[in-house]
Design a protein around this ligand. Structure first.
Ligand code: XIL
Length: 354
């Protein structure tokens, strides 16, 4: 994390910072419950993606977010359909709410996601312009959004999920209308709008597909080598308890060997990848999950400090995880349970940081 950011936040927000510093004080004796926020155990930012409705309407949720994390990513409110629902109509209100919550609590904001093939508004899907009209539309979207949050959002997932399972470029509407270099140009447009922002290429699958991982590394290092402003990799890490620890650590190491920054950007560890509709949560499953979190965090923590951009979980608790509604199954992928209490996974993360 850039030092100036924390210093700037501290100088303008003495109250929030002093609260954060107190939160880092160790518990005396070691037998009382650990009241230290998760982030204060780590030497790098620890965050979660934030559901704006819960942040606004659920006081238990918002208090937990403020206590446990020092970085936030908007789950949905900075995606294209939320920011520009109709052409030229930019709606920043919900994202601004998250940014001001973060500022109030001394937290970093990571932006997600400028260019993706999902969360595309209908007017873009139906856009009939020629390639220069498409280019202008992409550029305007990126630059209007990045400029709006300049100085408030320190980093962006510029392009999300542009590589397909087989390592080729995903055949999405951006590729179709703009050609393969839409990815590099998106980074250039974002950089023009905010030269201080750190820019990430975000994707999933590094830990289970060496083909996809190699393609992602080739794409990003290729851009870097030709002077495109890219600072790092978002490894989403929507993973599960059947993925071996050594596959996860090998993926983290391979990506870090590029020398660029690494963000574990959307971490969750599913217990039910086979969609068992009758599965129930047990202490045994909780323990397996905790071990998996611990091993992952330990592997990440071993990277050089300058490359550790942070770890972000995707959502906060098992009650608000995107996985059960998206995959239509019971699941418990996060470090907090459905009552917003710490799970064994929370302790696994802390253990991985030791
Ligand atoms: C998901 C959100 O969590 C859901 O609420 C939404 O319905 C779909 O998108 N990879 C990403 C995230 O980069 O933006 C996705 O978020 C999860 C997968």
């Amino acid at each position: 994390m850039k030092m100036y950011f924390k210093l700037a936040v501290c100088s303008t927000l003495m109250l929030a910072c002093s609260k954060k510093e107190q939160a880092g004080t160790p518990e005396p004796g070691g037998t009382t419950p650990d009241t230290t926020g998760l982030y204060a155990h780590a030497g790098f930012p620890v965050g979660a993606s934030i559901n704006i409705n819960l942040l606004k309407n659920n006081a238990t949720y918002s208090a937990l977010v403020a206590k446990e994390f020092n970085s936030v990513t908007p789950e949905n409110v900075m995606k294209m359909d939320a920011i520009q629902p109709t052409q030229g109509n930019f709606t920043f209100g919900e994202a601004d709410y998250l940014v001001s919550f973060a500022k109030q609590h001394g937290m970093r904001v990571h932006g997600h996601a400028l260019v993706w093939y999902q969360a595309v508004p209908g007017w873009v899907t139906n856009f009939t312009g020629d390639s220069s009209a498409w280019e202008n539309m992409l550029k305007t979207h990126i630059q209007t959004e990045v400029a709006h949050f300049k100085g408030k959002v320190v980093s962006w997932d510029v392009v999300n999920e542009a590589i397909d399972e087989d390592g080729t470029l995903r055949k999405n509407l951006w590729l179709q209308h703009l050609g393969p270099d839409y990815i590099a140009r998106s980074f250039q447009y974002a950089h023009q709008a905010d030269p201080d922002a750190l820019l990430f290429y975000n994707d999933y699958g590094h830990e289970y597909s060496s083909v996809k991982r190699a393609a992602i590394i080739t794409l990003v290092t290729g851009m870097k080598n030709r002077g495109i402003p890219v600072d790092g990799f978002g490894m989403q890490m929507h993973t599960n308890t059947s993925v071996p620890d050594n596959a996860i650590s090998a993926a983290i190491t391979a990506v870090a060997n590029t020398g660029l920054k690494v963000h574990i950007s959307e971490l969750d560890i599913s217990l039910n990848p086979n969609n068992d509709q009758n599965m129930t949560y047990t202490a045994a499953l909780a323990s397996v999950q905790s071990q998996k979190y611990q091993a992952l965090v330990k592997a990440y923590n071993a990277l050089p400090a300058a490359q550790k951009f942070g770890i972000t979980t995707w959502d906060v608790s098992d009650a608000d995880s995107w996985i059960p509604p998206y995959y239509h199954r019971p699941d418990w992928p996060l470090p907090f349970d459905a009552s917003y209490k710490r799970k064994a996974a929370w302790q696994g993360i802390v253990n991985g940081l030791k």
